[in-house]
Design a protein around this ligand. Structure first.
Ligand code: SF4
Ligand code: SF4
Length: 644
C-alpha cells in the first residue's frame, strides 16, 4: 500500500514537472506567426512512417542509422516493461501475464534490453572514440547523461528479473538473459530474503530512473524522441524551390527576433537532434565560413528558451553567418527530422536587407539588377549580343509565335566565358529544326537568387516584369539554360499566378535525341564525371536527363562520391556569386574539383549550369589542374557527338 502511494506521488510529481517543462518550452509557439501545415494529413502521416519506419535519411550514415534503429525499436519494445513496472504497483492486480507478460513479452524484453545496450555502446563508441567532425559543437554532456539514464533503466530491469529468479519468483522461464545472469550470480548463494531485497532495490532504481529520464527530456536534445514525429508530420509539402509564404497574396515578412518566427520554425528548433548531418553537408561550413546549419538551429533554440537581452541577429547569430549560406538545400536534404534551415536564413536576411546591412559587392549587384535587370549592370540592348556570331537569326518571341520560348538567363547571355556554350545550345536547337525564340532585351534576371538574398521587393519587380513579357508571347513550352531561372519560372512565379511548363535544356536535348530530331554518332568517347547543380537536382529533381545525355553522347559516367541529392554546391548560389570570398579557407568549387580529381581517368568535369562553368573553370585553374581535367558543358558533349 505504501509502495502504491509513493509511486503515485512520484509519478504525479514527475509527470507534472515534465509537463511544466514542456509547456514552458512550447509556450512561445502559441504566440508565433502562422504556418499553414494542416493540409493533406494522409500524405503527412505516410512521410512520418517512411522517415521513422525505414529510417530513410538516418541510414545514409549507416553506422549511425543502425544504432538509432536499434535504440528506437528497443525503446518501443521496452515500453511493455515500463507499463508492467508502473501498472503492477499503481493498480494492484494489474498484470501483462494474460497477454504474454510471462512468455513472449518477457522474451522480447530480455532480447531488446540487450539490443538497447548494444545500441548505446555503439552510440558511445561513435561519440567518444570515432568522434565524427559533424559532432563538433554538439552537447556531449547531454548525450552522456542520456546514455547513463538508459543504461540504468535497462540494467535495473534485467537485474530486477535476475534477482526475482534467485528469489524463486515464478514467471521468468522466458527470460534467457536473466536466467544466464542468475546462473552467473548463483555462487553468491543469496538467501531468498536477500534476493527479494535486491528485487525491491532494482525495482525502485528502474522506476525512478524512468521518471528522471522523463523529467530530463524536455531540457535535452533528446526531446526529439517526442518531437521528431510531429516535426516530420508538419514538414513543408510545397515544392522545394518555393520559399514559404503565409498566404499567396502576402509576401514573406522579415524576421528580426525569435518571436517573429512561425510555430513550425520553433518546433524545428526544438526537434533538432544535434546529429550534425546538416553541418557535414554544408559547403559554407566546409569552406571555413562562420556558418554551421546545426549551430544556427541550436542557437535559435537556445535563444527561444532564454532570450535575454542579446538581439537575435547581430548578437546570437552573426550577420556573416546569414550571408555565408548558398541556399544549396544540402542541410535540409540531410536532416533526419526535416528541419527547414534555408527559409529561416532567408527570413533573417530580409531583415538585414530592410536595414541596409548588405556588403558593398552585393549592394552593387542589387542596384544593377534594379537599374538594368541584370546583376552585371550591362546595358539591356547587350543581352542578346551573343546571337551575333550565329549563322542564323533567332526569332523574337515577343513578335512571333514560337513552339519553345528559351529563357536564356543572365550568365548565359552576358558572360563571355559562357556565351560560347549558349551559342552551342542555339546551334543544337537549330540543327533539330526546333521552332524557338528568345525575349531579347525584354528578358530580366529571373530573381531566384534575389529572392534568396532577401530582397523581396526587387524579386517581385523582376518576376512581374518577366511574367508581363511572357504573357505577351505565344508559345507552348519554356526552356531555360539556367537552373536558377528554372526554379524561379517553374516554382516561384506560381505565387503570382504564373504557371508554366518549364524544362531545363538537358531534358529538352534528351527529348530531341529520343525523338530522332538530333542524331548522334555511336562512338565510345571515354570517362567523364558530372556535377549536379543544386537548383536543377536537389530543388527540381533533374538528376536523370543529364546522365542520360552523357551516355547518349558516348561517354562513361564516373560518379563522384557526393552526387545526385548529396551533390556538393559550387558555392555560387543564394547570392554568393555577388559576394567576395573573404574568410574562405577552401572554395567549395575547389573542394569539388579535388573530389573529381580523385576519380580515376575522368577527363571531363561536365556541368549543366552557366554559373558552374565559370566557377569550376576558375577552380581548375587555381588548382593548376588544367592538364588533368577540363570543365565542359553538356551542350559541348552533344555538339561533339553530332552525327555529321
Ligand atoms: S543551404 Fe547549403 S550553404 Fe546554406 S546552410 Fe544549408 S547546407 Fe549550408
Ligand atoms: S538540423 Fe537536422 S541535421 Fe542538423 S543537427 Fe539538427 S537534426 Fe541533425
Amino acid at each position: 500500500m505504501a509502495d502504491t502511494f509513493i509511486l503515485w506521488l512520484l509519478l504525479v510529481a514527475a509527470g507534472g514537472f515534465t509537463w511544466w517543462r514542456f509547456y514552458r518550452l512550447l509556450r512561445p509557439m502559441k504566440r508565433a506567426a502562422r504556418a499553414a501545415r494542416f493540409d493533406q494529413p494522409l500524405r503527412r502521416l505516410a512521410g512520418v512512417a517512411r522517415a521513422l519506419g525505414l529510417h530513410e535519411r538516418l541510414l545514409k550514415i549507416r553506422y549511425s542509422g543502425i544504432l538509432h534503429a536499434m535504440i528506437f525499436v528497443s525503446f518501443i519494445a521496452l515500453t511493455t516493461s515500463i507499463v508492467e513496472s508502473f501498472g503492477s504497483v499503481l493498480f494492484p492486480g494489474f498484470s501483462l501475464g494474460p497477454i504474454g507478460g510471462t512468455t513472449w513479452i518477457a522474451l522480447l524484453q530480455d532480447i531488446f534490453a540487450l539490443v538497447m545496450l548494444a545500441g548505446v555502446v555503439l552510440a558511445a563508441f561513435q561519440r567518444y572514440v570515432l568522434r565524427p567532425a559533424r559532432f563538433r559543437g554538439s552537447n556531449a554532456i547531454d548525450a552522456t547523461i542520456i546514455y547513463v539514464l538508459i543504461v540504468t533503466i535497462v540494467v535495473s530491469m534485467i537485474f530486477e528479473a535476475t534477482f526475482g529468479i534467485l528469489a524463486g519468483k515464478a514467471g521468468a522461464d522466458w527470460r534467457p538473459v536473466s536466467h544466464a545472469l542468475a546462473y552467473a550470480l548463483s555462487p553468491l548463494r543469496l538467501s531468498g530474503e536477500q534476493a527479494a531485497t535486491a528485487v525491491t532495490v532494482f525495482y525502485w532504481l528502474h522506476v525512478t530512473s524512468i521518471l528522471a529520464f522523463l523529467i530530463y527530456i524536455p531540457g535535452s536534445k533528446h526531446r526529439h524522441m517526442f518531437l521528431a514525429a510531429p516535426n516530420i508530420y508538419f514538414r513543408s509539402l510545397k515544392p522545394k524551390g518555393m520559399l514559404p509564404r503565409a498566404a499567396p497574396d502576402k509576401p514573406p515578412a522579415p524576421v528580426a527576433s525569435v518571436e517573429q518566427f512561425t510555430w513550425k520554425d520553433m518546433l524545428d528548433a526544438y526537434a533538432c537532434t544535434e546529429c550534425g548531418r546538416c553541418q557535414a553537408a554544408c559547403p559554407a561550413y566546409a569552406a571555413g565560413l562562420p556558418l554551421s546549419p546545426k549551430l544556427l538551429i541550436t542557437d535559435i533554440r537556445d535563444h527561444l528558451i532564454d532570450a535575454g537581452d542579446t538581439p537575435l541577429i547581430g548578437g546570437v547569430i552573426r550577420e556573416e553567418t546569414l550571408w555565408a549560406c548558398t541556399t544549396c538545400h544540402a542541410c535540409m536534404e540531410a536532416c533526419p527530422v526535416h528541419i527547414e534551415h534555408v527559409p529561416k536564413i532567408v527570413d533573417m536576411r530580409r531583415y538585414l536587407v530592410e536595414e541596409g546591412k548588405i556588403a558593398p559587392m552585393l549592394q552593387e549587384a542589387l542596384s544593377n539588377l534594379q537599374r538594368t535587370g541584370n546583376s552585371m549592370g550591362s546595358a539591356t540592348r547587350m543581352r542578346a549580343r551573343w546571337t551575333k556570331g550565329l549563322p542564323f537569326k533567332i526569332k523574337d518571341a515577343r513578335k512571333e509565335p514560337v513552339d519553345i520560348l528559351w529563357f536564356v538567363g543572365d550568365f548565359a547571355s552576358y558572360d563571355p566565358r559562357v556565351q560560347d556554350v549558349t551559342r552551342k545550345v542555339a546551334m543544337l536547337l537549330n540543327e533539330a529544326d526546333v521552332d524557338f525564340g528568345i525575349l531579347y532585351e525584354a528578358e530580366q534576371n529571373s530573381g531566384n537568387d534575389v529572392h534568396r538574398v532577401g530582397e523581396e521587393g526587387l524579386f517581385e519587380m523582376l518576376a512581374l516584369r518577366n511574367i508581363e513579357t511572357i504573357s505577351g508571347c505565344s508559345f507552348n513550352r519554356i526552356m531555360t539554360t539556367d537552373p536558377h531561372s528554372l526554379n524561379a519560372l517553374a516554382q516561384e512565379y506560381r505565387a503570382f499566378g504564373a504557371v508554366y511548363e518549364v524544362m531545363h535544356y538537358a531534358s529538352f536535348l534528351l527529348e530531341l535525341i529520343e525523338t530522332g530530331r538530333l542524331k548522334l554518332k555511336a562512338e565510345a568517347r571515354g570517362k567523364v564525371t558530372y556535377h549536379d547543380p543544386c537548383y536543377l537536382g536537389r530543388y527540381n529533381g533533374g538528376f536523370d536527363a543529364p546522365r542520360a545525355l552523357i551516355e547518349r553522347a558516348g561517354y562513361r559516367l564516373a560518379e563522384m562520391p557526393r552526387c545526385r541529392e548529396n551533390s556538393f554546391c559550387c558555392g555560387a548560389g543564394g547570392g554568393q556569386i555577388w559576394s567576395d570570398d573573404s574568410g574562405v579557407e577552401e572554395r567549395p568549387s575547389e573542394n569539388r574539383i579535388k573530389e573529381a580529381l580523385s576519380l580515376e581517368g575522368a577527363r571531363y568535369f561536365v556541368v549543366s549550369c552557366p554559373k558552374d562553368k565559370v566557377m569550376y573553370a576558375a577552380a581548375v585553374q587555381s588548382l593548376g589542374a588544367e592538364d588533368a581535367i577540363e570543365v565542359v558543358d553538356l551542350a559541348d558533349l552533344i555538339a561533339r557527338a553530332l552525327a555529321h
